[in-house]
Write a protein that binds this ligand. Structure first.
Ligand SMILES: [Zn+2]
Length: 680
């Protein structure tokens, strides 16, 4: 056997042995093995029909080996970053993406997949096998491989241009953000800003050998000014600078204007969709999503607009009158965050810090496990002696009521140096029934909570509690799957707009008195969370929720209609946005607002004609949870149904069918409206 710990057959990664120098040789070897497997499979079927065992199995095994070598590398790069590791990681990225492109465009694999789907064998396959094969076939089709040669050429050229345009878009935005700054020398100009923000600004000034406070458009600075600066002119200045980034209105005369880039991106996306046989890019986007048609998405969004806009208008009027009582009439876009913060403080005085004593990390983790035990009859046990990457990390087994092992996970809860910020769940290995036995799913759960200080236990904010529950929801989706085919087990193959259902669903237990009483106990007195605090928490949750809702709907509708209604040479992006705003927004931005030129989600990220997914998943999780509200939030039968119908099925069944099986009907928007304090 090789000495490289990334190439051993151990069930769990040998974290304590992995070094940067192991990475590149291991990944190169795995990629070689994958390519050799592909060649062997192609040769073997030169004059023989493919079957699951002869065709799919060897490929799945090779891919699984690659995943198990790569996943600890990607993970360590995020949680134990070092220069050497980052270099090795960066060296692998192009190798992996080259391999992925090669496989996606592999004509031989495409033809064999097609032959297998068309074969008599296929009929006898399990639902999971069928869906896994159909997904691969769809992947091939969407990569343009089924097109005639000349169209295929054009398709590749479009893909190439789109990827260049997206990075140009992002680069322009980054440059525009970085180029702008403003030095303030008079501290009176900065009244209202908290110490932490002032410290950041003083530090930025110092970094440029200046004295005073340097304001920038980086989010921490921009958001602090918009939220807290008493100086209205200053807020307006930053607002205008931020919302004209990468536009012709910038002071450098539009050298990095994203508007023409947006036009080119839209034209190419439209052409690409039509080459593949779709009427428009929205249809293309929905081909891999739970939502079935553009009409379904637009009706969904418009329904939410109808239900939430009147209340958003009321909330805005309430904010107006609150501000005018204090001498500020006619609120502009740059006044809204500032006065919202003032009003929220006046009404709820909710301080995240003040709640922390009720959320000691150890209680919260135990509480989370108790919730899972009550809901699904599962037991979570810590396992000692597993090789980990840091002393903070703990490892657990999940065992079901029958004593069957279901999955395992690493928990890395606290922030530290060289660990990427944020919180996420990642796959270590997937459930997969191999010829020589079952491989259990293993997950990484990563958070960045504040560690223990000065003899006090680690205390979490309520937001951190929610984040932990959220990520654990993703983890359960990955670990509780009963699907044996890796392409559709756990979160694999789950439609993109349904992936957040199990995670957002878990958040609900962070808001229920009955659930909070299990773990929200004062770390010194063991007292439960006082009722007054709890009520303030709930009220603050729904503060201006309709205004927030219509803002998300404005972005979603703009994105969706832009891609659905695109007409070559006719679509004017600004008019599409203006039309949506006039109907939906309650805060009308000034006419020089160029929000779209900074909308990276859809022009540089993966959210094109998919921004609606945020609301879509919220509706699903709220509606799934409403069955628990009706039947009891710890009702074991309801929990078992959710386990069987959703968590265990992975991507083996369409998300729509799974939802209907659990809920007994199609999703309804009413529970989300009710949870957000909006009259349903
Ligand atoms: Zn999530």
């Amino acid at each position: 056997m090789s000495e490289n710990p990334l190439l051993t057959n151990s069930t769990l990664p040998l974290f304590s042995q992995i070094r940067a120098e192991h990475v590149v040789p291991a990944i190169k070897q795995r990629l070689d093995e994958c390519r050799q497997t592909v060649d062997a499979v192609i040769r073997a079927h030169a004059d023989k029909a493919p079957t699951w065992d002869s065709f799919v199995e060897p490929l799945d095994l090779a891919e699984d080996a690659l995943e198990r070598s790569w996943s600890p590398v990607g993970h360590l790069n995020s949680v134990m970053n070092s220069e050497a590791l980052r270099e090795a990681y960066d060296q692998c990225l192009p190798l992996l993406s080259e391999y992925a492109t090669e496989m996606g465009q592999h004509e031989g694999l495409f033809k064999l997949t097609q032959a297998l789907v068309d074969s008599k064998e296929f009929e006898g396959y399990s639902q999971a096998q069928k869906r896994s094969l159909e997904n691969s076939l769809r992947g091939f089709r969407l990569s343009g491989i089924a097109l005639d040669k000349d169209k295929q050429q054009r398709f590749k050229a479009i893909e190439q241009s789109l990827s260049e345009l997206s990075s140009k878009f992002e680069q322009n935005l980054l440059d525009a953000t970085n180029d702008w700054s403003m030095l303030i020398e008079d501290p009176d100009q900065l009244s209202g800003l908290p110490e932490s923000a002032l410290g950041l600004m003083a530090q930025s000034a110092k970094a440029e050998d200046k004295s005073g406070w340097l304001l920038t458009l980086q989010p921490p600075c921009y958001i602090a000014v918009m939220t807290y600066a008493d100086n209205r002119e200053l807020r307006e200045t930053l607002y205008r600078a931020f919302n004209t980034r990468a536009s012709s209105l910038e002071k450098n005369g539009g050298e990095r204007d994203n508007a023409p880039i947006i036009d080119q991106i839209l034209a190419l996306r439209h052409e690409k969709a039509q080459l593949l046989g779709f009427a428009n890019y929205a249809e293309y986007s929905l081909d891999t999503k739970m939502a079935e048609s553009p009409d379904e998405v637009s009706e969904f969004l418009e329904q939410l607009v109808t239900k939430s806009r009147p209340q958003a208008q009321n909330e805005f009027e309430a904010l107006q009158s609150f501000a005018s009582e204090q001498g500020q009439s006619s609120l502009k876009a740059w006044d809204v965050p500032y006065w919202s913060e003032k009003r929220q403080q006046a009404e709820y005085q909710l301080d995240q810090e003040a709640l922390k004593p009720w959320f000691p990390a150890m209680n919260v983790i135990q509480g989370l496990f108790d919730v899972v035990e009550r809901l699904y009859g599962l037991h979570i046990r810590e396992q000692q002696g597993v090789s980990v990457w840091h002393d903070d990390v703990t490892f657990y087994d999940i065992v079901d009521g029958e004593g069957q092992k279901r999955g395992q996970f690493y928990l890395d809860l606290y922030a530290r140096k060289d660990k990427r910020g944020g919180a996420w769940m990642d796959v270590c290995s997937s459930r997969y029934k191999k010829p020589n036995g079952l491989q259990y799913p293993v997950a990484y759960l990563t958070c960045n909570a504040t560690p223990a200080i000065e003899g006090k236990p680690a205390l979490l904010t309520h937001d951190e509690v929610i984040t932990l529950f959220h990520e654990f929801g993703h983890g359960l989706h990955h670990m509780l799957t009963q699907v044996d085919v890796p392409g559709v087990s756990g979160i694999s193959g789950v439609e993109w707009d349904a992936v957040e259902l199990p995670s957002q669903f878990m958040e609900n237990w962070c808001w229920e008195r009955e659930a909070l009483d299990l773990f929200a106990r004062h770390y010194e007195t063991n007292e439960p969370l006082p009722e007054a605090q709890y009520q303030r928490m709930i009220a603050a949750k729904n503060f201006q929720s309709a205004m927030m809702m219509v803002r998300q709907l404005e972005f979603s509708l703009f994105d969706f209609y832009l891609h659905r209604d695109y007409q070559v040479g006719e679509t004017d992006v600004q008019s599409v946005l203006d039309e949506v705003r006039q109907r939906v927004a309650v805060v009308q931005p000034p006419s020089d607002n160029r929000f779209q030129n900074g909308f990276s989600h859809i022009f540089a990220g993966g959210y094109a004609a998919g921004y609606y997914s945020y609301k879509w998943a919220e509706v699903l999780s709220a509606d799934a949870y409403s069955r628990f509200e009706e039947e009891g939030i710890f009702n074991r039968d309801t929990g078992r149904d959710f386990l069987h119908h959703v968590l265990e099925q992975g991507g083996a069944v369409s998300a729509k069918d799974l939802f209907v099986a659990f809920r007994g009907r199609e999703p309804s928007i009413d529970p989300l409206l009710r949870h957000s304090g909006l009259a349903a």
